[in-house]
Design a protein around this ligand. Structure first.
Ligand code: NOJ
Length: 464
């Protein structure tokens, strides 16, 4: 392995920091949405706000050389007038310095879903003011952290949070409206380009990318109908983020189809020009599974998400476009109905590299499991097998010429998993009820794998 290859792990501000109302932090949409509904929340989460020194030390002892985390916008900017919260800045500067002291590269996401409520109050991602607010927030981040951070991400998973918030309705703001989804998605991609532009204007040292919830698409057969369904699915799941961020172009066939049903006049010529001129330096791909599709047959559009872990599958059917299916004979699933499919990562990496020719980081990969963390050491062989096979897929793709520069396990330690709460655990380190940190078996496995230069991976090869 190249000595500069990043082996790390990842978290996100709302999911791990806790301290939701201290040191003048403003409320985020997640604080308000979960409090109003009385749902399990991240008020305390893993309390990384107070434990970050211990957590980062543990990453370093686990052989990791990079930490991917996000900044909380409402912790840094107090209001829509843009007043900066010096306490929030001091917290992140200290966290970043701690990383550097331990030889850990901070890999920083500017936005991982915790929109300040003061922007939701004026329509959130449906309002272009939020894009300009994001731009100012990103400028502040570059200005105050650029001496400590060289690797930046504009947004984490635009598809996931806009679809969940505006189409499926299981995330804040909890709406079900396809038009709102399209508008929010566009605004987020525009804001991302504004962030890239601010980074370039400032002339900062380093690189900036975007992170996508990557779902490589497969079809049930190689008929023309299936290929068309696959293209629809790819446009829905991947291309509107990756094409837009990497090439500066929203897929034209997608625009044509949307234009038949929706008024797209909110996409202004000058904004499309900003998107065109401000493409990213790298792609961050979060990989959990692929998407198997067949041609659309009947029924209404339906998007089902399993937040219960009771075995149901996450399925997408888009009327007239495609249907996602789950009937592979030997397929394995986690308890939340996500198929475990390492082979998809190899194929997806090759496809993404062929299409965009940009360096790639696997910015998340991991498995959610229900675990008893009262024991001294969680024996998570299932997670080890999962990581082994996915790292194997990544190594195969690299041998085939794909420029992968880093791998981040999701997650560094147990944290709040959005609507799945603390029941769905992903950490390499357990965080128990008393917030005690206890490395799992996978933490040691990962440490030893990194030390071996990935030679200890039990390599797998799959037929095409
Ligand atoms: C993607 C998201 O970025 C992260 O916030 C989430 O918890 C994980 N996937 C696991 O679902």
């Amino acid at each position: 392995m190249d000595k500069d290859f990043l082996w790390g792990s990842a978290t996100a501000s709302y999911q791990c920091e806790g301290a939701y109302d201290v040191d003048e932090k403003a409320a985020s949409i997640w604080d308000v949405y979960l409090h109003e509904r009385g749902l399990e929340n991240g008020d305390v989460a893993s309390d990384h706000y107070h434990f970050y020194k211990e957590d980062i030390k543990q990453m370093a002892e686990g052989g990791q050389n990079s930490y991917r985390f996000s900044l909380s916008w409402p912790r840094i900017i107090k209001d829509r007038e843009g007043h900066v919260n010096e306490k929030g800045i001091a917290f992140y500067r200290d966290l970043m310095k701690t990383c550097l002291e331990y030889g850990i590269k901070p890999f920083v996401t500017i936005y991982h879903w915790d929109l300040p409520q003061y922007y939701e109050d004026i329509g959130g991602w449906l309002n272009k003011q939020t894009c300009y607010g994001y731009e100012r927030y990103a400028e502040v981040c570059f200005e105050v952290f650029h001496d400590l951070v060289k690797d930046w991400v504009t947004f984490n998973e635009p598809k996931y949070f806009t679809a969940s918030g505006y189409l499926i309705g299981n995330y804040p703001p909890g709406h079900n409206d396809p038009y709102e989804f399209i508008l929010a998605a566009y605004n987020v991609m525009y804001a991302s380009a504004l962030g890239v532009r601010a980074f370039r204007k400032g002339g900062y040292d380093g690189q900036i990318g975007i992170v996508h919830s990557f779902a490589p698409v497969n079809g049930v057969d190689d008929s023309l109908k299936t290929k068309i369904a696959m293209r629809f699915a790819d446009n829905y799941a991947n291309n509107w983020i990756l094409d837009t961020a990497a090439k500066g172009e929203i897929p034209f066939d997608l625009l044509c189809v949307l234009n038949e049903r929706y008024d797209l006049s909110f996409m202004k010529k000058e904004e499309l020009q900003v998107i065109k001129e401000n493409t990213v330096d790298f792609l961050g791909l979060n990989y959990y599974s692929h998407m198997l599709v067949r041609p659309y047959s009947e029924g209404e559009t339906s998007l089902v998400v399993n937040n219960s872990g009771a075995g149901g599958k996450n399925t997408v059917i888009i009327k007239g476009w495609f249907e996602q299916i789950f009937d592979l004979p030997d397929a394995q699933y986690n308890e939340w109905g996500t198929q475990i499919y390492p082979k998809g990562l190899q194929k997806g990496l090759k496809e993404a590299y062929e299409r965009y020719h940009l360096p790639i980081y696997i910015t998340e990969n991991g498995i959610g499991i229900r675990e008893d963390v009262s024991v001294e050491m969680v024996d998570d062989q299932e997670r080890i097998d999962f990581m082994n096979d996915h790292i194997s897929a990544m190594l195969n793709a690299m041998e085939e010429g794909v420029d992968v520069r880093g791998y981040f396990a999701w997650s560094s330690f147990d944290l709040y998993s959005w609507k799945n709460g603390m029941a769905k655990r992903y950490g390499l380190v357990a965080v128990d009820e008393d917030l005690r940190r206890k490395p799992k078996k996978s933490y040691y496995w990962y440490r030893d794998m990194i030390a071996s230069g990935a030679k200890s991976i039990d390599r797998k090869h799959w037929d095409e």
